[in-house]
Design a protein around this ligand. Sequence first.
Ligand SMILES: [Zn+2]
Length: 122
Amino acid sequence: MHEFSVAEAIVEKTLEIADREKAESVEKITIQKGDLAHINNEQLIFCINAIKEKIEMLDKVEVEIKTVNVTINCSCGYSGEVEPKDHITDIIMALNCPECGKPDPEIKEGREITIENIEIKK
Ligand SMILES: [Zn+2]
């Protein structure tokens, strides 16, 4: 399951930061998820909860997932947000530049999953 490996990576990174900061526990993890990242929020939280059970430092952690809009750079000069129009399949979406209509513009943001913030208790 894709969500599980993403959850593992998030937990690993969180622990790395918590360790570096000499944290006693982690209170909250805020995750930014691009609109194009093919991740189910509930499943991701479910996986994080499953992994953190064995980790004392994450005992009381709260997980928040924020969705980030897709932004593109188009050859016509448009740079900004775009709404994915259709889900062709689960993972492929039709994207057109809202200015000139060109399909398949260069995607700046929207694919990635990043840890935006981690709140720790020392
Ligand atoms: Zn364009």
